[in-house]
Design a protein. Structure first.
Lengths: 168, 84
């Protein structure tokens, strides 16, 4: 995991996962968009999402934010970009999103990303590997915070001197 | 400023010295002093021992690599707003 590019990719997954979980876990009060009676723009969006997820409806948050189809389409474009295979594989990105969802207590996010991990071939043992890391670091972080420890390992990783994409 | 005084490695008993060696090997880094978390966990081996073993078990490569797991750990720490 050397070089900054993979960390930027991971940060995108973490950020957009949290954004979708926030919507899925709190916006039920808006009511889900009924696809059968939705405008064409929203139906196209739902079809694109299903295509990316091989026939499944996709992250539940989109059903709520699709009340504004243009906004939801932009969020979807960012989501699709973040979760597509790139330097990090989609399988790992779903595992990362699962860990984020568990840590942020998003039951809907945890269930969604668990289903995607399984679809992408992660076994029950693999799921428990991610549960273990998530749980142990949820312990470590609180011990460190309680004792107000200061970071002391930031300099053991090398600095990436490369420019931003397209820059020099 | 930490809530507790972090002891130097030399102030710990031999069982903890072994843990510090393992920590250095785990991170593949020669620390001037063991990381603060290692010294915290070595304070009470009744807790730090099994917690450390669970951590090592969780971080060992399996279906996911050690590097991938370190990235998951960084994300979990970020969500928990932990600077350490």
């Amino acid at each position: 995991m050397t070089g900054d590019a993979v960390w930027y990719e991971a940060a995108q997954v973490v950020g957009i996962t949290n954004a979708l979980n926030v919507a899925a876990d709190t916006l039920g009060v808006l009511g889900a968009v009924d696809e059968a009676h939705a405008p064409a723009e929203a139906r196209t969006l739902f079809a694109e999402i299903r295509d990316f997820y091989q026939g499944v409806d996709g992250p539940p948050g989109f059903r709520f934010i699709a009340h504004d189809p243009a906004y939801a389409a932009d969020v979807w474009a960012a989501t699709r970009h973040a979760f597509a295979d790139n330097r990090l594989a989609r399988r790992f990105k779903e595992a990362l999103a699962f860990a984020v969802s568990v840590t942020s207590r998003s039951a809907s996010g945890a269930a969604w990303h668990l289903s995607q991990m399984r679809r992408l071939g992660v076994s029950s043992h693999g799921v428990m590997e991610i549960v273990g890391v998530t749980q142990m670091f949820s312990s470590y972080t609180k011990i460190a915070d309680t004792l107000q420890l200061e970071p002391d390992m930031g300099d053991i990783a090398p600095v990436d001197p490369s420019p931003a994409p397209g820059g020099r | 400023m930490p809530t507790v005084r972090l002891r130097a490695a030399t102030e710990y008993p031999p069982a903890a010295q072994k843990l510090f060696e393992l920590s250095s090997s785990w991170f593949n880094h020669d620390f001037a002093e063991p990381p603060a978390m290692s010294r915290v966990m070595a304070w009470d081996m009744g807790f730090g021992g099994p917690h450390g073993r669970a951590m090592k078990r969780a971080m060992a490569p399996g279906e996911f690599t050690r590097a991938e797991k370190e990235m998951v750990a960084a994300a979990v720490s970020g969500i928990n707003a932990c600077e350490y």
